[in-house]
Design a protein around this ligand. Sequence first.
Ligand SMILES: Nc1nc2c(ncn2[C@@H]2O[C@H](COP(=O)(O)OP(=O)(O)OP(=O)(O)O)[C@@H](O)[C@H]2O)c(=O)[nH]1
Ligand SMILES: [Mg+2]
Length: 529
Amino acid sequence: MGDRSPSSYIQEKYLRRIIVPSFVDTVTLHVAGGKGGHGCASIHREKFKPLGGPDGGNGGNGGNVILEVSEQTTTLLNYHRAPHQKAENGVPGSGDHGDGKNGANIILPVPEGTVVKDTKGNVLADLTGVGTQFIVAEGGRGGLGNAALASKKRKAPGFALLGEPGEERDIVLELKSVADIALVGFPSAGKSSLIAAMSAARPKIADYPFTTLVPNLGVVQAGDERYTIADVPGLIEGASQGRGLGLEFLRHIERCAVIVHVLDAATFEPERDPASDLKIIETELAQYKSDLGELEGYVPLGQRPRVIVINKVDVPDGKEMAELQRLELEEYGWPVFEVSAVSREGLKELSFALAEMVAAHRAQLPQLETETQIIRPRGIGELLGDDTQISVRAVKFNGETVYEVRGRRPERWVRQTDFANNEAVGYLADRLANAGVEEELMKAGALPGDPVVIGPVESGVIFDWEPTMQTGAELLGPRGSDLRFEESGRATRKEKKARYHENMDAKAAAREELWTERMQGVWTDPNDY
Ligand SMILES: Nc1nc2c(ncn2[C@@H]2O[C@H](COP(=O)(O)OP(=O)(O)OP(=O)(O)O)[C@@H](O)[C@H]2O)c(=O)[nH]1
Ligand SMILES: [Mg+2]
């Protein structure tokens, strides 16, 4: 702080934040879609008409978390302060056919050129075009109420479906497009000094190498043209092998229009001169591998337009060196400028030449899409295939053979099931059987009593398989209260077998009892199971 007052220090910090947004370029966000509202189980009541049929409404859907490219947003700064983003939950259904309201989406504005990745570094989307939306976490569906679940067979369901949880995931946002112009060069070549001389930015400048540890960004106004200019920490020979600060920082300039080589004409180091420095930097740039490589329209750094800037010509030795090497440098075919960040010589010409190149680059960019594009993440959904696909396979889990059932529908049905409600569990069993899950289990070699998991084996719902087709269990209520859908208390295979047979005996007995009752004229309502 030195001799400055605290308030001027704070003011300067604050101003710098506005003029030069600190290079906040990656942020990890935890996003969660809203929960779906539960469906409602209710029976219509009126005077003198006590059982007027089911009238429970549906739950509302949860809101989505959506990223949207916005012109007004230039940094990811806000997300550093709010890394958790959750959309609104759907409202549960209510009686008298009251459907719950859908939860509101939340829209997170992001700058043009934001790259979205998963935490493993896979690119999910490259967001360009103002208005482009990317649904990063879908809200859960609302559950159906018992009115919607009623059918001829099931006139008055005593249950409703649960709302599904929203999708949740961690995403990494990366911003790479901030600089139109990227300054590269050896440490102490004067990159930061040039930014300071050409823009309002005030980066740290010092006569020791690697002064710049984080890229600096400045805005240059040259005539009518306005563009951004960034430096990166100094590069040295072997940077691609991790020497110095490595090449990692080049990702900040991956989308620049022009690369400016800043060459030090006045270095004291014996082995160095502008031409050999340039050769070394070019070799290192060529080694850089971008993870944007597979994206359309990406031009590798090695093929970007270049400008050569020979800096420090205010020093007499520097001026001499520049003149000596100018011809050799011009052989690259790139514009060559002699400048001084200290005396400001040559800076005006440089800034206007760069403005022209930026304008040319902008003019050849594809026109921004005007219609809103909506992208969905390649996520879990895709792995599970479309709605109709169901897969069953035997897997080993904790030394035991478990039958894993995967598929969008069965997994959704499980999430929608209130396991405390026997009718709801029975409804799930029917849905699974109708979808052919039982047949698939049999084909996969599952035996009654074997553990079956719906969803991924580590996190799905485990129960012991009891084929409804074989036992005719759908005739026998209440169900779901025995061996099925046990979420804990795993038994050994032997115990399960024993329990299964015990159960079968009990069922046989129950069936017999039912038959006797029927013979005696005691009928159970077939719809009321
Ligand atoms: N005489 C003279 N000195 C300069 C000029 N430009 C920069 N310098 C000096 O060179 C030294 C390094 O300048 P910086 O701007 O920090 O260099 P840099 O390229 O950003 O260096 P790193 O951040 O370490 O990579 C400082 O002492 C500057 O004052 C110039 O045009 N003329
Ligand atoms: Mg610097």
